[in-house]
Structures are given as C-alpha cells and as structure tokens.
Ligand binder design. Structure first.
Ligand code: UDX
Length: 429
C-alpha cells in the first residue's frame, strides 16, 4: 500500500516507521524542516529504543521517505494517517486545530480515492467532523472515508508494542475502509477489533482513564497501608492474583505523568461534561494524582521538621518514567519546584532526559553529570524515576561513603534488606 503519515511526533514516527517495516511504501510529512532533515539522515528526534535502527533500515530499503511538501506527500496515496498533536486547551479539552488543518489539506490535495485514518487521540465525534471537512474540500471525483485507529503504545517500548500489542482497534462506519486498514495491519499479527467510529474513539479514552484509575486507586491504598502498617507491594501482589483484577499497573508511587494519562483523563472529563455528565470517579483520579505527585515533598518536610531552608537535595531521575527523555507532566516538575520554593538547593541528574529537563524545570536547579556527583554533600537523596542505574545505588562507592544516608524513594525500587543501612522512606510500605 502507498501510505502517507502526517505528523512525525511520537505516534506518527513510530507508526510510519513500523508500517514501512512490514512492507508498505510510507511517506511521513511534517512542517518542521529541521526535524525532517534530521529524519532523512535516520536520526530520531525522540529517544525511543530501537527506532533509529528501524528508521535506517527502511530509509535504505526505500520504503520510508520524509518530506515537508504536502502535495508530494499525498501524491498517489491510498491511505493517509493523521498523527498530529492534540494539545490540551486551558479548560482540559483537546485542541483540534492541527487535525482540522491536515484534513483540509488532504482533501485539497487528493487526486484519487483516499482513506483517512486518525491516530491522534481525538474526542468522540471528531472523526465525523473530519469526514465533513474532507467532503467539503475534496474534488468531486474523489471518494473519502475515515477510520479511527487509536494507538496504545507505551513510550520506551513503542516498537515492541507495535509488533506485540494486545489489540488493534479499527473504528469505521464503512466496511471497505475497515477491511483495508485491517489488511494493512495484518503483518503485525496482532488481534484486530472492528467497531464503529464513535466506539473506537471512546475505547482509547476509556482505556487510558481506566489505567490511570488503577494507578490512583493503588496509590490511595498505599497511603492507607502506611497508616495501618500494611505493605502495598504485598497487597498489590495479593490483589493481582485475581485474574479479574490483573497484576499490572498496581505499582504505587508518586503518580502518573507523560503525554497520555494526564491529558486523556482531563479530556474525557470534558467530553462527559459536554453531554451533561459528571464523570465523578475520573475527577477524583486526577485529584489523587495531583496529591500523589506532592507526596514525597510532604515526607521530606516531615523528616526535616518543616524547615528545608539551607538544605541540599540530590534528585535522581527527572523523566516521567524510565527509558524515555519525555518530561511531560513528570512528578519531578512538582517536586523540584516545591523543594526550591521552600528554600532548598536542588542537585539533579537523569540518564537521558537532561536536555528536555533543562527546558522545563526551574532555572535554579543545579544539574549534575552523573549520579555520584548528585548524591555527594546532600542532606537527602530523592528517587523520582526508576531508571535501572539507580537500582543498585546502595552498592555504589560514592553512596557507601555517605554518613547516615537519607533516601526518599518515590518509586519503591529498594527492598527492606537493601535499605538496612539508610534512613529510608518509600510509598505505602
Ligand atoms: C500510556 C499507556 O500505557 C499507553 O497505552 C497509551 O497509549 C499512552 O499512555 P505511557 O504514557 O508511555 O503509555 O506510559 P506508561 O508506561 O503507561 O506509564 C504512565 C505513567 O504511569 C508513568 O508515569 C508511570 O510511572 C505511571 N505508572 C504506571 C505508575 O505509577 N504505576 C504503575 O503501576 C504503572
């Protein structure tokens, strides 16, 4: 198939590259010239394990090309994927300006029948609106259809997830379009679930909101465990043995971040509001997460009797989770700001996300080149992201030299034995 993918952000780039890898001819389009120039050299603008190798292989085989020229990009294409951003508006709703603009451009350029697939996470009803825009701007002899094909990729394992996902959801009100997209995806060998457009749009939001709910739920259970002397890890294991509950996404910690959960939960609350429905549980899920991101700061303040003036903290991990350089909605944003505002000095290090962190975090942060420097001469160490290289910190010579180390572990990465020589705080244990 000849496929165009518009938007080379995280979703578009992974989708385009993987579709090329299973044998399709893919042109990725983006207005950002610098980014496209980089991609043509097989350089990925994001950190995603395995992506650069895949880029190189498919660019070299001729299956994958990049352009900033819409007309050239849409020429002779059977299918166009829309994978542009839907940033959050101030009121929590999704901003659809980019999606609409691209739909119009596709319609104005297409010279042959085309199926438009939305990968961007869009509110229920958007695909029908996209169809209207396409019909309004297309040429008379061209037939257009829309398909909702939400992505469920996790950052840091997006390539793996594409080839080993739990399901591919195809939402279409047109059988031919649904069958074509199923055929395109067949080589991935992942189960396909076909439904109508509105249900597919809803599946994406409901899935992410449910996972966020699971996290906020276990975080509240953790907060209770601390008060009743239970261990949330054991509780989660015991709960997860029940197949109906499942053992995944029950890790307590300092809350969820990233590009999806915070945005999608708020967007679903907004979608509900627009149809006069108050999504009560989800409002609480969001509130609990805000509270949880501050949890470690409260523990630090308690330990130092409320006075952080003149104290120095070594913060390990800034990305919202390991194996990514993504800083969006990371707990580190809240934690470092609170510490600084309370008069503390903050030293910080992340193995991959330093460049992005410098753009997002407070200028007062003292960035370090490695974990050893970060934990030297500090009053306490805070672990905010569970990178592998922090998991054996207690074996590190620099750590062993610290007299009476104090560690606040926001991701529960150590067990009781490992922390016997430190003053140690974690979540729900
Ligand atoms: C998520 C979804 O998993 C994916 O299906 C969707 O398409 C996009 O959003 P991602 O944001 O990449 O993917 O990260 P994920 O690994 O799901 O973690 C999200 C956040 O939840 C992270 O901040 C993580 O630390 C937190 N989390 C996850 C927990 O706090 N506890 C858990 O048990 C699991």
């Amino acid at each position: 198939m000849n496929i165009a993918v518009v938007g080379t952000g995280y979703v578009g780039l992974v989708t385009g590259t993987c579709l090329a890898d299973i044998g399709h001819h893919v042109t990725c389009i983006d207005i950002d010239e610098e980014k496209v120039a980089k991609l043509k050299r097989s350089e990925s603008p994001i950190y995603e394990p395995g992506l650069e190798e895949l880029l190189e292989r498919n660019i070299n085989s001729g299956n994958l090309t990049f352009t900033t020229d819409y007309e050239q990009g849409f020429k002779d294409k059977d299918v166009a994927y829309i994978a542009v951003g839907t940033p959050e508006n101030d009121d929590g709703s999704a901003n659809l300006t980019f999606v609409e603009t691209v739909a119009k451009q596709i319609a104005e350029t297409a010279q042959q029948d085309i199926i438009v697939v939305t990968k961007s996470t869009v509110p229920v009803g958007t695909n029908h609106h996209v169809l209207e825009v396409l019909q309004q701007h297309k040429q008379d002899h061209v037939n257009v259809s829309v398909v909702s094909n939400p992505e469920f990729l996790r950052e840091g394992s997006a390539i793996y997830d594409t080839f080993n996902g739990d399901r591919i959801v195809i939402g279409a009100d047109d059988q031919h379009a649904a069958d074509t997209i199923e055929e395109i995806n067949r080589p991935f060998n992942v189960s396909v679930y076909k439904t109508d457009v509105a249900s597919a749009e809803m599946i994406k939001y409901a899935s992410n909101a449910f996972l966020a709910t699971k996290i906020s739920f276990i975080n509240e259970v953790a907060n209770i465990c601390e008060r009743v002397g239970a261990n949330v890890e054991d509780v989660a294991i015991g709960m997860g043995m029940d197949d109906r509950i499942g053992n995944k996404f029950l890790n307590a910690g300092i809350g969820y971040g990233g590009s999806c959960f915070p945005k999608d939960t708020k967007a679903l609350i907004d979608i509900a509001k627009r149809v006069d429905y108050d999504f009560k549980i989800l409002n609480q899920v969001v509130d609990v997460n805000t509270q949880q991101q501050r949890l470690l700061v409260d523990k630090v303040k308690d330990h130092f009797n409320g006075n952080l003036q003149g104290k120095t903290f070594g913060v390990l991990g800034l990305a919202f989770k390991p194996n990514t350089d993504d800083m969006r909605e990371a707990a580190s944003i809240v934690v470092t700001k609170e510490l600084l505002d309370a008069g503390a000095t903050v030293k910080a290090f992340d193995p991959i996300a330093m460049d992005n962190a410098k753009q997002v975090l407070d200028d007062r942060i003292n960035y370090q080149n490695n974990k050893e420097d970060t934990i030297q001469d500090v009053d306490a160490i805070l672990i905010l992201t569970e990178w592998d290289e922090f998991k054996y910190l207690f074996n590190n010579e620099a750590f062993k030299e610290i007299q009476n180390p104090v560690v606040f572990d926001g991701r529960n990465i150590y067990n009781a034995e490992e922390v016997s020589s430190m003053t140690y705080y974690s979540v729900g244990r």
